[in-house]
Design a protein around this ligand. Structure first.
Ligand SMILES: Nc1nc2c(c(=O)[nH]1)N[C@H]1C(S)=C(S)[C@@H](COP(=O)(O)O)O[C@H]1N2
Ligand SMILES: [Mo]
Length: 303
């Protein structure tokens, strides 16, 4: 746990640092914008990256954890935009909603699998936050536990099932404490999730032996795919509580998927259904250039 000072630090110098970080990010934005109009955008990208590195160095000195985390997310999104620009250079422009999301500059293959030297719990290229950022495509969904229904379809015995919240919970409640790694570069340690194992749900319903993969669908046409061995891991949950409190709407309540061994985009919020397939069917981000597996320890950001 981070200890919070009882008296806030004098606000003047802190505000100055925050303002300086924001200015660096704005300048990086300008280079990113300029890059798109250049025949050779490389120099502009390099400038943007250097400014973001400078911003990261400055923000690491900010004492207030919440302020520092805001800056981590702010800078991370620009690194996303930069990586996406580099990656899609020369190809037709993609949907702006999709572009808002993307991650950090692609590290070289030699850096991919390593933990950060200063913190072995943190994959290289991730930055620790102590708040709980909110990230999703579209607007927050408001749905009660009474309104919740989980549909399981495809290669399951009986082909189609509908489970209420209480039916789901009655299958067996477990706690999993795990770290959460977002592809945009922030990581949050020690999230205690309460829910039912996907494994338990599948075993209860009876999966067709031909099934090899599943797709988890959430609200707003969001989805993510997993192979069944991954989906059946002990730490993969349909979760309804976080750190002992019911999942809030913004974090995907009443029920979200949690897949700790994968980048957080696999942890679908506002879960509606699971579909079982005898083949791999890409989800929302997997169909938009992201890695199919998404192991943060292997830096599997892009396909
Ligand atoms: N339905 C839905 N689930 C989603 C997303 C989304 O856009 N829609 N974004 C994913 C991404 S990229 C991340 S980082 C996590 C963020 O979860 P949080 O907002 O609870 O931190 O949700 C994941 N689940
Ligand atoms: Mo994410």
């Amino acid at each position: 746990m981070e200890s919070h000072p009882t008296t806030p630090p004098p606000s003047g110098p802190v505000d100055d640092v925050v303002a300086a970080v924001r200015r660096l990010v704005e300048r990086a934005d300008e280079h990113l914008k300029a890059a798109s109009n250049r025949p050779d955008p490389t120099l502009a990208w390099e400038r943007a990256e250097a400014l973001l590195d400078e911003a990261d160095a400055l923000r690491s000195g900010v004492a207030d954890p919440a302020t520092r985390d805001d800056l981590v997310v702010l800078i991370g999104r620009r690194r996303d935009d930069l990586a996406w620009a580099v990656r899609t250079a020369g190809s037709p422009a993609s949907d702006p909603v999709d572009r808002r999301h993307t991650p950090t500059p692609q590290p070289g293959p030699d850096t991919l699998a390593r933990p950060r030297p200063d913190d072995p719990r943190l994959p290289v290229d991730q930055r620790l936050v102590t708040t709980f950022p909110v990230l999703h495509v579209g607007t927050t969904v408001h749905r009660t536990r009474e309104e919740f229904v989980l549909t399981v379809s495809g290669l399951v015995a009986g082909r189609r099932h509908r489970l209420s919240f209480d039916e789901l919970r009655a299958l067996g409640e477990v706690d999993v404490t795990a770290d959460f790694h977002c592809v945009t570069g922030w990581s949050r340690y020690d999230n205690r999730w309460t829910g039912v194992r996907v494994q338990t749900v599948l075993d209860h319903l009876g999966v067709d032996p031909a099934a090899t993969h599943l797709v988890c669908n959430g609200a707003n046409a969001y989805s993510a795919n997993l192979d069944l061995p991954t989906a059946r891991r002990d730490d993969v949950l349909l979760a309804w509580a976080h750190d002992g409190a019911p999942l809030t709407d913004e974090h995907g309540g009443p029920v979200r998927l949690v897949v700790p061994s994968r980048y957080a985009w696999k942890s679908v919020k506002w879960v509606e259904s699971l579909q079982l397939f005898d083949r791999d069917v890409p989800g929302y981000w997997e169909a938009r250039g992201y890695h199919n597996v998404a192991d943060p320890w292997l830096g599997q950001r892009y396909a």
